[in-house]
Design a protein around this ligand. Structure first.
Ligand code: SF4
Length: 218
């Protein structure tokens, strides 16, 4: 049986409510410029934003450009980020991508998906986050929260993150695309949680098509 889907007017209403509740949503990763945003997103793979911020707070005070990162070197970088999962591989990637930014892009973060995705440790999701936050592009990065919400609610059902992302691109009204990623990620993190969604206090409860809505908040 094909997955149930929300209708266009329901999707518009969903985002109208998200916007009314939070007109300018923001991500929870700390950064000071596009370069440190890129580094923070690379470090955040399979790690929490809180854990990444704890490590990058002291790091970004002194290291906020590719040159300073390369000068710092892999071993020193590890001493800042060793509390983050996969820190060895991430340190190697951050040093390598910093060198590429220096060599090919005048030490700037390129505003280009293909160029971003060629950087070590940068996949489609990271590129989408950077394009959205650093450059204001209407990209929608699909992480575990968006993947879950896309399927649960009937907004953008899909078997893979890419399938969900491409559906979101089609169904989210243009005026809501810029902030869709943040509205959905925050909704997934704090209300529509993986194990026990808090349906009774959900502002899109009457629109959502999830069959196993909860009836009490823990
Ligand atoms: S009603 Fe429940 S399942 Fe649906 S979006 Fe809200 S929290 Fe998630």
């Amino acid at each position: 049986m094909a997955p149930r889907r929300l209708k266009p007017d329901q999707i518009t209403e969903m985002f109208r409510r998200f916007q009314a509740a939070d007109p300018a949503p923001e991500g929870e990763l700390d950064y000071v410029n596009p370069y440190t945003l890129l580094v923070a997103v690379v470090l955040s793979a399979q790690a929490t934003d809180v854990g990444v911020n704890r490590a990058t707070g002291p790091l970004f005070k002194f290291v906020d450009t590719p040159e300073k990162m390369v000068e710092l070197g892999e071993a020193e970088l590890i001493s800042y980020i060793r509390t983050i999962g996969l820190y060895r591989m991430k340190a190697r990637n951050v040093i390598a991508l910093s060198q590429i930014l220096i060599d090919r892009y005048g030490s700037e973060v390129p505003r280009d998906r293909a160029a971003l995705e060629e950087l070590p440790g940068v996949g489609r999701k990271t590129a989408n986050v950077v394009l959205n936050i650093a450059f204001g592009e209407p990209t929608i990065a699909v992480d575990t929260h968006l993947f879950r919400l896309g399927n649960r609610t009937g907004l953008a059902p899909g078997k893979t993150p890419l399938e969900v992302e491409l559906k979101l691109e089609k169904v989210v009204p243009p005026e809501y695309k810029r902030h869709a990623h943040h509205w959905l990620i925050l909704h997934g993190r704090y209300v529509c949680k993986a194990r026990k969604p808090e349906c009774p206090r959900c502002l899109i409860n009457d629109l959502c098509l999830f069959k196993e809505k909860t009836v009490s908040v823990p």
